[in-house]
Design a protein around this ligand. Structure first.
Ligand SMILES: Cc1cc2nc3c(=O)[nH]c(=O)nc-3n(C[C@H](O)[C@H](O)[C@H](O)COP(=O)(O)O)c2cc1C
Length: 582
């Protein structure tokens, strides 16, 4: 081969083969055939793994090939125990879906291969590893990747099982203490390779568009090379569409044929029709699983004495949500929904915790009676954070988004937003919030009056309005609602805080309303004004005024039942039931 040839791209068909094996590699867990894997095939696949790149060329991997049935049975028992522990911690809807998934095939495959990592191999001065010790493990993962691709080319299916206590598995494999298990792979010939990841086919999770993952120069400047960076807010706004009338009409038409008197499901028929219109298909996919995202933030206007609660309560309640001890956790558990907490702008530093998304824009807003609560740039950052939370939850397989919020003094910021967008007066929309007495309520009205006079907000400039009054949780919630609409996933709004955020979202993109369902009517007076302005009918009305997402979660089973009825209930013709005389 000449030097020139060595540097040339591969001929077209060879390139196509490389991209094909990358696209068609699958994690396979079912449909294995019992045929043995010939040793020469295994040797080729292992040699491919061994050609992986490695930090400082340290080649930290070893491959333990397991074929003996008794050993695989012991290993399968370890995985089962771990898997059961994982399943026990899942929210209801996920747990049901998980029960339908196959996540390991240790006993169904003739060969299992454990890939290990020796992070000490190569000595102290391994090039590159001195500054990033994890690169040893990364190198072993690349060996896995080579193995997986070569196996696909050989027609061998490979599944990666990570349901293990790593040290338990290491002991079973006789690993010395300085070796870690990186991957446990199950390999065998298969009947077919699925066209898409099994987790996508089953609706567990979806592939994110590549444009979301590519950034120009700095994180957040998303866009593919040669294309303009995409501003998430502009992209989401451009994607929002009105309800699909055809699908909504098909839902109405089906409802008229369902085995029940026409219209007898009342408002739930409207809900099901709007879900069909939103999805653009009839019946719409079930809004399950659902996730409630609790956006938390603190407010400078707290200094005006508008709340009886100290500001620290925001962070304390965030800790309570993460520990599972709040009302929202109880309601989410009952409804089978996942809870995530988003730090959009809590004044305190929060320790990392499972379920906490650290998206802090700043440590609380400024006092809007003195100046803007935040800069326009901060408002856009918070909006974008909310967009990304929604996108990630939907990519993770959620089909319904539920709004939650936490922020001492946030009914004051909400009231200011509601006054601006609906034209209501401060005294009408200022309520007791989390228990403000008459004096505190008067201070609330006064603070909003001052803010309105100071900022002279223009409802046609919703980002400016959010910047004027805040909070970070409102701006992030507005982004969350906008992204739900863009992704055509229903968003169940909680009370007055979500309502205020929805006003901003609708001001940014009016068709956002197509995705919004009002979970409930809060007793906070600003909420009634908001619902009237948005022309949303609350699904429940139980004198709630807690926030956190509680009212929306109570409405979740209603929304899901409405969708399920449209999907599952027989029609007069299909069930052989006589329709009433025309
Ligand atoms: C680090 C890692 C661990 C994994 N662990 C498991 C597992 O325990 N069980 C399982 O069924 N799949 C596991 N997988 C496979 C993924 O679910 C799979 O790669 C993903 O859904 C994408 O599908 P695809 O590989 O077919 O493209 C794992 C994959 C990786 C990269």
């Amino acid at each position: 081969m000449s030097e020139e040839q060595r540097a040339e791209p591969y001929p077209q068909e060879q390139r196509a083969a490389v991209y094909r094996v990358i696209a068609e590699r699958r994690d396979v867990r079912q449909g294995f055939r019992p045929d043995p894997v010939p040793d020469d095939v295994l040797r080729r696949v292992l040699a491919a793994a061994h050609q992986a790149p490695s930090v400082g060329f340290s080649q930290p991997w070893d491959f333990i090939v397991i074929t003996e049935r008794a050993q695989r049975e012991r290993i399968a028992a370890l995985a089962r125990r771990n898997r059961d522990g994982y399943a026990a911690g899942l929210p209801g809807a996920r747990s049901r879906a998980f029960g339908r998934l196959k996540v390991e095939s240790i006993l169904d495959t003739p060969v299992n291969i454990a890939v290990t990592c020796d992070a000490t191999r190569g000595g102290r001065h391994t090039l590159g590893r001195h500054s990033q010790p994890d690169t040893a493990a990364f190198s072993s993962v690349l060996a896995v990747s080579n193995l997986w691709l070569a196996a696909r080319a050989e027609g061998l299916g490979v599944g990666w099982v990570s349901f293990f206590d790593e040290r338990e598995l290491a002991a079973e494999l006789g690993l010395p203490a300085h070796l870690d298990v990186i991957a446990y792979l199950c390999a065998g010939y298969v009947r077919e390779f699925g066209p898409e990841p099994e987790l996508q086919a089953s609706g567990w999770a979806r592939r994110r568009p590549v444009a979301w993952a590519v950034h120009a120069g700095q994180f957040g400047r998303r866009g593919l090379p040669g294309e303009e960076p995409v501003d998430a807010l502009a992209e989401v706004t451009a994607a929002i569409r009105p309800l699909d009338r055809g699908a909504a009409a098909a839902a109405r038409e089906r409802q008229a044929r369902m085995t029940k008197p026409p219209g007898s499901l009342g408002v739930l028929e409207d809900v099901a029709a709007s879900l069909a219109g939103l999805a653009g298909e009839c019946p719409a996919p079930l809004p399950e699983p659902a996730a409630v995202a609790i956006f938390a933030g603190d407010h400078g206007v707290h200094a005006q004495g508008v709340s009886p609660w100290p500001q620290e309560v925001t962070a304390q309640m965030v800790a309570n949500f993460l520990a599972g001890g709040a009302v929202v956790n109880a309601f989410a558990a009952q409804a089978g929904a996942e809870v995530v907490v988003v730090d959009a702008g809590v004044a305190a530093d929060l320790d990392p915790a499972p379920g906490l998304l650290p998206r802090k824009v700043a440590r609380g807003t400024a006092d809007f009676t003195r100046g803007p609560a935040m800069t326009r740039e901060q408002a856009v950052t918070a909006l974008t954070a909310g967009i990304e939370v929604a996108r990630d939850l939907v990519a993770a397989g959620n089909r319904c988004l539920v709004t939650g919020d936490m922020g001492i003094a946030n009914t004051t910021a909400s009231a200011a937003l509601i006054c601006t967008f609906t034209g209501s007066s401060p005294v009408v929309v200022s309520g007791p919030g989390a228990g403000a007495d008459a004096a505190a309520r008067a201070r609330k009205v006064e603070a909003i009056r001052q803010g309105l006079a100071l900022h002279r907000p223009d409802p046609a400039d919703p980002v400016g309005v959010l910047a004027a009054f805040g909070g970070y949780e409102h701006a992030a919630l507005a982004g969350f609602i906008l992204a739900g609409a863009a992704l055509r996933v229903p968003v169940i709004l909680d009370g007055v805080i979500a309502g205020a955020a929805a006003l901003a979202a609708v001001a940014i993109a009016p068709d956002t309303i197509a995705a919004c369902l009002a979970g409930h009517r809060s007793t906070e007076p600003g909420h009634a004004a908001t619902l009237a302005y948005l022309k949303l009918r609350p699904l429940i009305d139980l004198d709630l005024r807690l926030g956190e997402g509680t009212g929306a979660l109570l409405a979740l089973p209603l929304v899901q039942s409405a969708a399920r009825a449209l999907r599952d209930v027989a029609t007069f013709d299909s069930a052989g039931v006589s329709d009433k005389k025309a």
